[in-house]
Design a protein around this ligand. Structure first.
Ligand code: FAD
Length: 552
């Protein structure tokens, strides 16, 4: 039987698009198969903020940030905490990826027309010692145009290859099995799904209209992670974090269903580190949802006070933006799956950013005029104000007693005591007058404001939370929001997948989230942020180049 293409790529997300365009650049024929319709091309990356981890970039240098491969690798290894035998390939991928981020990554993208917003963000700041978790310096580079801006160059290249006959898309084709001959993967089989004009991100129907098989010399699995499938998240929930949360909201569309992970495993692929996941603890229910249980992550600046469900301040260094996994672990240890930010109007307007392309119309629409308003500090961006007034998790009051009463009403318990919360806020407020202080969160605020990027758009001038001049007071109920899968298929640096016997499965490759962004988990336990899109770029590129070479 003749092959339908040289290579089949399962998944038209960022990793799949990158892999496919590398294959067509090498003059080979590729089919991209996706269960969703054409309107959803680009997968999760379209919805993303487009944040990219880059090391020693011109943007950093312009802001006076001194970064290096060595510093970034130190941070990566401190965050990853690799501690398993199966971390052999993840560790190799981590080293190669940090080198990519410090080397070719920016120039490669730039040559395709990709551009970066000039103020570099500082995510996952840690707060432990130099060898532990966190970014020592700001490294989160926002794509000018956010998620659509990172998808655009690859979609353009794919459309060009489609026009030249090297690439074809098979939308509404759901892969249900990998086909194999003599131990080698040589195609896919599955169901065709009824056409559906659901808008991008909405759930589409799973009505089957027929079946299909496609043959090729190699198959690249780029089908994303499990974050949209809460059953799988619960099933894989790590014991070290206690019981899985009862309530979770979704930071990804429903197509991030993890089905293809099981299908690839059934073909003999070795899935490792499945208990490593990256979920956020600052999730808010979207008042205008696009997908089921749609939640948005707040990207907080350093000043909000953070309380657990019992009204206790989170311990140092678990301050906003410091250590996502540490915060998740602490919150789960309280016996409740939510926590609270308490802040002021002055903080929200300068420090709240929402993750997602649709929540940042200024950056997504590439409007310098709108973006400049972030620095003028006249008010919170419109999407943040919309959440403040319409979001189910936001409470705005003029005084603390009323705020705490409303927090208890929203939680449906009487766990918070006004006096208890007030004592802690007043204590923190007494620390705010001197630039040298005991309170480590206040130290962090002073530290952040030494970085011009934070001072400009991310860190409010230190002030008392209970100062009415900075009011009204705001409380935000924070939910656990599912997002990323850190484990995945074990792959070598060519993205070739290992089988259970430790041997490469001929013809099978994996990239993006399905491969734990490379190797089966290059992040280890924790991410430095901006490393997921970058992981799709790097692993998709390696997979595409290697598969194109292998098919001769
Ligand atoms: C709101 C949001 C903000 C984010 N912000 C950032 C950020 O700033 N920086 C960052 O680095 N990362 C960010 N991320 C994460 C990043 O976008 C994702 O991890 C990444 O895009 C995953 O890409 P992927 O190609 O591996 O998978 P996906 O984008 O999930 O694509 C997989 C594709 O495979 C298809 N598929 C799955 N199973 C099958 C099957 N059986 N048959 C056929 N097709 C199938 C799916 O329909 C989908 O189109 C964000 C994500 C979201 C949702």
């Amino acid at each position: 039987m003749a092959d339908d293409a040289d290579v089949i790529v399962v998944g038209g997300g960022l990793a799949g698009l990158v892999a496919a365009t590398e294959i067509t650049d090498a003059g080979k024929r590729v089919i991209v198969v996706d269960q969703e319709g054409e309107q959803s091309l680009g997968g999760q990356a379209f919805w993303s903020l487009g944040g990219l981890f880059l090391v020693d970039s011109p943007e950093q240098r312009r802001l006076g940030i001194k970064d290096s491969f060595e510093l970034a690798l130190q941070d990566w290894m401190g965050s990853a905490g690799f501690d398993r035998d199966e971390d052999l390939w993840p560790r190799r991928w981590a080293e190669a990826y940090v080198a990519f981020a410090a080397g070719e990554k920016r120039g490669w993208l730039r040559a395709m027309g990709h551009r970066i917003f000039p103020v570099v963000g500082w995510a996952e700041r840690g707060g432990y010692d130099a060898m532990s978790h966190g970014n020592s310096v700001p490294r989160f580079h926002l794509t000018w145009g956010t998620g659509p801006g990172i998808v655009e160059p690859f979609e353009r290249r794919a459309r060009e290859a489609q026009a030249s006959g090297l690439l074809s898309f098979k939308f509404r084709h759901r892969v249900d099995a990998l086909t194999m001959t003599g131990g080698a993967v040589d195609g896919v089989a599955g169901a065709t799904l009824a056409p559906d004009d659901a808008v991008r991100g909405n759930s589409s129907s799973r009505q089957v209209t027929g079946d299909f098989t496609l043959r090729a010399q190699a198959v690249i699995v780029a089908s994303g992670g499990i974050g949209g499938n809460h059953d799988l998240v619960r099933q894989n929930w790590p014991k070290r974090l206690g019981e899985a949360p009862v309530n979770m909201i979704s930071g990804v569309p429903e197509h991030v269903d993890g089905r293809m992970i099981g299908i690839t495993e059934a073909a003999g692929a070795r899935l490792i580190n499945r208990d490593r996941m990256w979920h956020y603890v600052e999730g808010i229910r979207n008042w205008s949802p696009i997908w089921p249980r749609h939640g948005i992550r707040i990207l907080p600046g350093p000043s909000s006070m953070w309380f657990d469900a019992l009204g206790r301040r989170l311990p140092s260094p678990l301050f906003p933006g410091s250590d996502t996994l540490g915060q998740l672990q602490y919150i789960m240890s309280t016996g409740y799956d939510y926590s609270w930010f308490v802040l002021t109007q002055s903080i929200i307007k300068k420090e709240f950013a929402l993750s997602g392309s649709e929540q940042n119309p200024d950056l997504t629409g590439k409007s310098w005029l709108m973006t400049a308003r972030r620095a003028t500090n006249k008010g919170a961006p419109a999407p943040v104000e919309a959440f403040k007034s319409k979001g189910a998790d936001f409470i705005v009051r003029d005084n603390l007693a009323d705020l705490v009463t409303a927090m208890n009403a929203l939680a449906g318990h009487d766990l918070l005591r006004h006096e208890h919360v007030k004592t802690q806020i007043e204590a923190r407020d007494r620390e705010i007058q001197n630039p040298y202080v005991k309170d480590t969160q206040v130290m962090n605020i002073h530290n952040a404001r030494k970085y011009i990027g934070d001072r400009l758009i991310r860190t409010a001038k230190p002030h008392r939370i209970l100062d009415p001049a900075h009011g009204p007071l705001i409380a935000v109920k924070l939910n656990i929001l599912t997002r990323k899968t850190l484990g995945g298929f074990e792959t070598d640096l060519d993205s070739r997948v290992f089988g259970l016997n430790g041997q490469i499965i001929p013809g099978l490759y994996a990239a993006g989230e399905a491969a734990g962004f490379g190797g089966g988990g290059m992040h280890g336990y924790r991410s430095l942020e901006g490393t997921f899109l970058g992981g799709c770029l790097f692993s998709g590129r390696n997979a595409g180049r290697a598969a194109a070479k292998a098919v001769g």
